[in-house]
Design a protein around this ligand. Structure first.
Ligand SMILES: [Zn+2]
Length: 187
């Protein structure tokens, strides 16, 4: 059986994590576990940019996987409340590593004010959900979609994120189902 683990790094409001757990469970049709909060990985902070390297969060999520046999079936997604960058982009909303099946999503740019944690704001929550579903989709080997409403359509700015839905198009919905079943049958 495939499963999803949500790993908060640093201070992430519990209400947001509970919201994500429920919504992701529903959308991916699987059990979603909430792990204890992890500290921000050492060395992730880049003083010159005042931002954090996304790769260190991904590596940490991979290292923390309890059982290597789970790599096939367990997807791990980190939620961070700091601003991320990587060599390709200086504004990373989320990043996925489909091989190791780990992903990270940042809350930092999902709210225009960039300050505080408006966790009850429906727009903010919905953006977080879309970004999390999108990155997890990559961990189920889903590629970007041409359908602008599909949650797998590419977005690197809030405008794109707001334009799409939190749902998969028909094609991606069925590919997701196949991918989830294929992996669980193997065990
Ligand atoms: Zn699609």
């Amino acid at each position: 059986m495939h499963s999803i683990v949500i790993v908060p790094f640093g201070d992430v409001p519990k209400t947001l994590l509970d919201f994500l757990r429920e919504e992701l469970g529903f959308r991916f049709g699987t059990e979603v576990r909430l792990s204890a909060a992890e500290p921000i990985p050492e060395g992730a902070f880049d003083r010159n940019r005042n931002q954090y390297r996304s790769s260190l969060f991904l590596r940490r999520l991979e290292e923390e996987r309890q059982d290597e046999d789970l790599q096939e079936t367990e997807r791990r997604i980190g939620i961070v409340n700091v601003d991320l960058y990587n060599p390709e982009s200086d504004q990373v909303l989320g990043e996925a590593d489909p091989i190791d099946r780990v992903a990270v999503v940042s809350l930092a740019r999902l709210h225009p004010a960039l300050e505080g944690m408006p966790e009850e704001d429906p727009l903010f929550r919905f953006r977080l959900l879309k970004e999390a579903v999108h990155e997890l989709g990559h961990l189920y080997q889903l590629n970007h979609c041409d359908n602008p409403k599909c949650v797998m359509s590419f977005s690197n700015a809030l405008d794109d994120l707001d334009r799409k839905s939190a749902d998969f198009c028909m094609a991606h919905q069925s590919k997701l189902k196949r991918e989830a079943e294929a992996k669980s049958k193997r065990r």
